[in-house]
Every structure is written in C-alpha cells, then in structure tokens.
Design a protein around this ligand. Sequence first.
Ligand code: ZN
Length: 98
Amino acid sequence: MVNLLRLIVLFALIYFLYRLFKGFFLSPEPKVGCPQGREVIGDGEDLVEDPNCHRHLPVSQAYKTFIDGQTAFFCSRKCCEQYRSESETIKKTNHQDE
Ligand SMILES: [Zn+2]
C-alpha cells in the first residue's frame, strides 16, 4: 500500500514540524525585549536605570535619548518608544484636567 506509506511519512513530517515549532516558542530567553532578573554589568561602568522596565544596564549598552530636555536611558528602542508614548498620554491627560 503506497498510500499508507505516504500517510506515515506525512505524519512523521507533521510531528517533526510540531517539535520544531514547539521548541521555537519554548526557547527560555528571547533575544529581543527586556529580560527580567538578569543584569548585565560592565567593568567599572556606570549603571543607568531604564525608566520603563526598571532594569539596570551599563551606560555604553543603553539606548540614549532626550525627553523634555533630560537625558534618559533605555535598554532598547522598544522601551524608549513605550515610555515616550506613555509620558505623552500622561501629559495629555494632565492637560485636560487643567
Ligand atoms: Zn527596558
């Protein structure tokens, strides 16, 4: 029976893809975003705090930007954009209250 053999091969292939798929999503540490509980500390470098995710990181690895004339450091551009949009929302809300 050729059809049965094909079916077995197909199931094996689906199982293999399923394993691959599962392994991909269950990978312990994503490389993007803000991993929590893991601090990267350089040699004698100043640590700065990301005001968005409150993670400490060395200045040289931080994403630097200016918000309202003040320097702010973020672990990633994603955090920076998130923080900016949140502070803008707060500003708008405050403005409406006045
Ligand atoms: Zn962050």
